[in-house]
Design a protein around this ligand. Sequence first.
Ligand code: DGL
Length: 270
Amino acid sequence: MKTIGVFDSGLGGLSVLRALLLEMPEARYVYLADGAYTPYGGRSAAQVTERAHRITQCLRQDSAVDALVVACNTATAMAIESLRQEHPDWPIVGVEPALKPAAALSRSGHIGVLATRGTVESERFARLRTRVESESSRPLHFTTQACEGLVDAIEHGDEATTRALCARYLDALRASAKTSAPMDTLVLGCTHYPFAADILQTLSGPAVRLVETGAPVARRTRAVLGLPEANTVVCGTPHITLLSTGDPTPLAQASARWLGTTVGAIHVDF
Ligand code: DGL
């Protein structure tokens, strides 16, 4: 049985773990929330890279995981290349905003992208956007918005603030659009945002399709591990270990709420 390490700055990577569990229900998972350092979005690339390397080392050595999923767009944007350089013999799967799937889905060609400041200002995101635009056979318009505070509001389960920030950032997205084509597709470019998907969908209206990255990342992880497609539904408790460098209680609660697990979370210090 394969063991897969998954990490994020906090609770957001649970949206990726949810997709991994659907794709590979029999695998074992070690999920680490870097609660002591969340959010990553406003931190420097050097800080996030240092945390990503520490976490990767711990998951590889102490938990002997077979592969790593960087379930954080910000950490992927800032650190995945150096992680792969340091661990060339080991599968590392990252998460990036789903611009290509969104381009395939959008009819109008106008796509909104919500993400952290760290992601939208990263070189990796700029390269991804240029690549998707240049590969498209028609003009695409990406309107991006950095969502300060939204990760924190989701981390704290603060629904009123989450709703207010979603409304503010959707307004900002519409106001900064440089095309009159309707925005019909919205990329959730941070793994926390799927947990605000109901709010974002209600505020955006039924004509807008929300796109997240959990399922494609889970398929990619299965492929790099060489595992066959699951053709059975596994009943019973999934094999998950939850670790947090911060307070472990919110992680256990969020996992119970979003994944239906009953496991406790363990505090780890590094
Ligand atoms: N879930 C992380 C992401 O996908 C959140 C980053 C943060 O902590 O700001 O970008």
